[in-house]
Design a protein around this ligand. Sequence first.
Ligand code: NAI
Ligand code: MN
Ligand code: ZN
Length: 339
Amino acid sequence: MKSIVIQQPNDLVIETRPLPEPVAGDVRVRITLAGICGSDSHIYRGHNPFAKYPRVIGHEFFGVIDAVGEGVDQARLGQRVSVDPVISCGTCYPCSVGKPNVCTSLVVLGVHRDGGFSEYAVVPAKNAWPVPDEIPDEHAVMIEPFTIAANVTGHAQPTEQDVALIYGAGPMGLVTVQALKGVYNVKQVIVVDRIDERLAMAQRSGADWVFNNRDRPVAAALAEKGIKPTLIIDAACHPTILQEAVSLASPAARIVLMGFSSEPSQVVQQGITGKELSIFSSRLNANKFPVVIDWLQKGLIDPNKLIAHRFDYHHVTDAIELFEKDQRQCCKVLLTFAQ
Ligand code: NAI
Ligand code: MN
Ligand code: ZN
């Protein structure tokens, strides 16, 4: 089989590898579609501190089960599946409180273990979620990015009366807009970004008001309209945003952080406690595949609004370079593995 391997930073090869056999409890997936995400590019460029090389990247992937290991129901052969990249132990403290996404021995496919940019991948059977027939392949490959939004909203518990402010209209901001509008019917969703084309994508994803915060500071724009957001989601992830969010938030608001910056944020206790703000962080997803499959079945979200380009996997280098260089036109880029 062919696999897309990052041998070491900036060295990508399409390698011929032996077809892997599933061991007990695993299934083998013949992959048809995979999505490129920022973290794939970070591993390619050597900017992900968790990555070990060589690595088959890719944690957003869809395909068909073509072999099962011992103890796995034979009836699963031929099943269309979308793969949850989060592998957890099931017994540690975080796992015991429903947070396998921060398992003390967390393994993420495509980061810590070989992932889905490959003609085949072997994964634990329980990570391969069956996709109902009515969900098309191109929606199924987008389940993982939407689970990030499901995890964020699982913490924030949005309500119809919320006024939400989202920083960043990249793929993560856009999936969050769709969840807030489509699933939770949030009254007002405001999105800010530095790139007008991305703001237009946010509007297409359902945002009520978008503006460019390069031209106009968020505080001034909100003050003009007398708006105090009750829910703020940082999907831009610059360390200065927390400080701004604390000062903009309504009393009793919730703030959700998604970033991994190692730079400090400056916040004062008074700003948080004075308004009794709740600050959540959200990493990957905790058992959110069934949640997003339900959203798709009910037609509450539309992954097509995020898909910008499709490339045959042989052109993966072009695909990643386009994804990295053209934030104006590019959103989700899919790789196809036709066999
Ligand atoms: P992206 O880079 O495509 O999008 C970020 C957007 O934020 C860009 O459109 C950029 O113009 C905008 N932006 C940057 N600084 C800004 C500022 N100060 N104000 C307003 N907008 C600003 O990235 P993507 O894929 O959407 O991911 C967003 C962030 O979420 C990344 O930092 C990534 O590391 C993080 N992430 C976190 C996950 C989690 O589970 N916690 C999962 C996936 C991504
Ligand atoms: Mn991703
Ligand atoms: Zn665990």
